[in-house]
Write a protein that binds this ligand. Structure first.
Ligand code: R5P
Length: 291
């Protein structure tokens, strides 16, 4: 039997203050359940509404990508600077530190290697295993316009159905085939389809006319870095993307293939979370690199 409430302190019901109906900070996410919101709040910083995700899942189809040959040496030191780590379960379990605080966005689709048609993916992760790893979201690649377009869309909707049972957000990743034009019309089509079909947030590429893409996508968009470019160009792209309505970056090669990856991710953080201009962030990058 619990003890009686024997406190002599006067009860305080704050009768003149109605209980607040809190809103949720993230675009398109106000109607989710508590667990989904909690997981999204670990990826997106509630203070800024933005995220810096570090992507190093490239090995799932292209093996030991340049900069990812020894993830224990190159990526592990960067983890403290990332809001979320985007990786495979193999790398998470074999190398990454479970005591570190970053959220995990787990790669959940795969199948073909670079030797085959990449759009022929299947789901490659069970939700139960995602829960076991305490992930904050899972990521499924969708190939709009690809040979296996419908299969990849159904991969994502199946994952959304399974993950909704447990409050796990699904990141829909738009994959652009070599033969497809990476422009606002295509990216706008792909991002909208993924959001319509249940992605809680979408990853895509920054393109001209991005404000229209972001406006027409009802959930947050994070920007992939793409092929390595100069640090200034990558920081400029991040700045432009945030200004155009992106909710963060999910950047890989432009961080881990930089001459100074730790300096680069810190500069990217300033752009995304502190509204720093690209030139100033580049100066910071150079300072940190030479420090
Ligand atoms: C590619 O398929 C992977 O999903 C990467 O996570 C994604 O491309 C982002 O990395 P990067 O910034 O290198 O393009």
């Amino acid at each position: 039997m619990p003890e009686m409430d024997a406190s002599t302190k006067t009860k305080e019901y704050f009768l003149d203050i109605p209980q607040a109906n809190d809103t949720f900070f993230l675009k398109g996410s106000a109607n989710y359940d508590w667990g989904m919101k909690n997981r999204l709040s670990r990826i997106f910083n509630p203070a800024t509404g933005k995220t810096v995700m570090l992507a190093f899942d490239h090995g799932y189809f292209q093996g030991p990508t340049t900069g990812l040959e020894r993830i224990d040496m190159t990526i592990k030191p960067l983890a403290p600077f990332a809001d979320a780590l985007m990786c495979t379960r193999g790398i998470l379990r074999s190398i990454m530190n479970p005591e570190a605080g970053s959220a995990v966005v787990m790669r959940a689709s795969g199948g073909p290697s670079i030797l085959k048609d990449l759009s022929n993916e299947r789901l490659a992760l069970d939700v139960e295993d995602a829960l076991r790893m305490n992930v904050s979201a899972v990521a499924v690649q969708v190939f709009i316009g690809g040979d296996y377009e419908t299969q990849s869309v159904i991969n994502m909707t199946n994952m959304v159905d399974r993950c909704n049972r447990y409050g796990i957000p699904v990141l829909g990743v738009t994959a652009v085939g070599q033969e497809l034009t990476r422009d606002a019309r295509y990216i706008g089509l792909a991002t909208r389809i993924l959001a319509e079909l249940g992605a809680a947030f979408v990853k895509t590429y920054y393109v001209e006319d991005f404000p229209a893409v972001a406006a027409a996508c009802p959930v947050p968009i994070v920007i992939a870095g793409g092929k390595k470019m100069t640090e200034l160009d990558a920081l400029t792209m991040a700045r432009d993307a945030i200004d155009a309505g992106a909710s963060g970056v999910d950047m890989g090669r432009n961080i881990f293939q930089s001459d100074a990856p730790a300096a680069m991710i810190q500069a990217v953080r300033k752009v995304v979370h502190e509204n720093m201009g690209a030139m100033e962030a580049h100066e910071l990058y150079l300072d940190l690199k030479h420090a």
